[in-house]
Design a protein around this ligand. Sequence first.
Ligand code: SAM
Length: 289
Amino acid sequence: MNELVEAGVLYVVATPIGNLADISQRALAVLAGVDLIAAEDTRHSGRLLQQYQITSKTFALHDHNERDRAPDVVARLAQGKSVALISDAGTPLISDPGFHLVRLAREAGIKVVPIPGASAMIAALSAAGLPSDRFVFEGFLPSKSTARKKRLEAMGAETRTLIFYEAPHRLLDTLADMVTVFGADRHVVLARELTKTFETIRGDAVAALREWASDDPDQQKGEMVLLVAGVNATEDDAPDGEAHRILKILLDELPLSQASALAAKITGGKKKPLYQLGLSLTGEKGDCS
Ligand code: SAM
């Protein structure tokens, strides 16, 4: 226990995403002061704890045991024990375990305190050069192409910057699906190995980015975030979600030119942006004058 740690509190502590120096003084003090550390993988976190000579007792809390263990952790908190929750990297609960524990703790009236720090999505967004005032974090896409394309299609008209986590062995397939769904020219940024030796941040039209990554196997390794520019939000003409939905229905029945003309009539929007959205949905190469 130290002056930064209170009895009976659950601390949600962010840890580095690569560079072990990316941890706050407060996070270190809390980790050193708590009675227990719930770690996604005790061996993995052991390296960080050893580096900072933190000797607090650890136990494993991961996707497979979180629901079973959460009630016991909450009971200990209720008895006055202080607990820190950490994951392998970055902020717990962000595509990581912890949601069930935090929810149960809050339902039980336990005080939950965030100790903020690194998260790959925010680090990537801060350096990608894409609009950052409004963005959507989508976590991991489905691993199968059909489901992945379906998920991407649902975001076809999204004007906010889209952020995805991706596994290296799926990078090329996912970029190929993005070409199919968003069109070859949509701007995409690959943020790889952030805070580590081979950190790379590269943005390009998605088809060109895929070609570059395909030509260099090193770019298909490590940890990565993909950020996709939203449909141009500054254009007043940009079709909204409803126009997108209507266009998709019409495209099932009609050729692109007719579908976009009819969608424009139904929604009161302009034909050209609808036609262009249709191109990205159908993968056609068009000519709209
Ligand atoms: N909780 C973490 C966070 O706050 O970012 C994310 C955990 S999630 C299981 C792991 C994924 O995050 C990786 O597959 C990768 O997509 C992304 N990621 C984690 N560290 C990264 C890094 N150093 N560079 C790029 N992406 C990273």
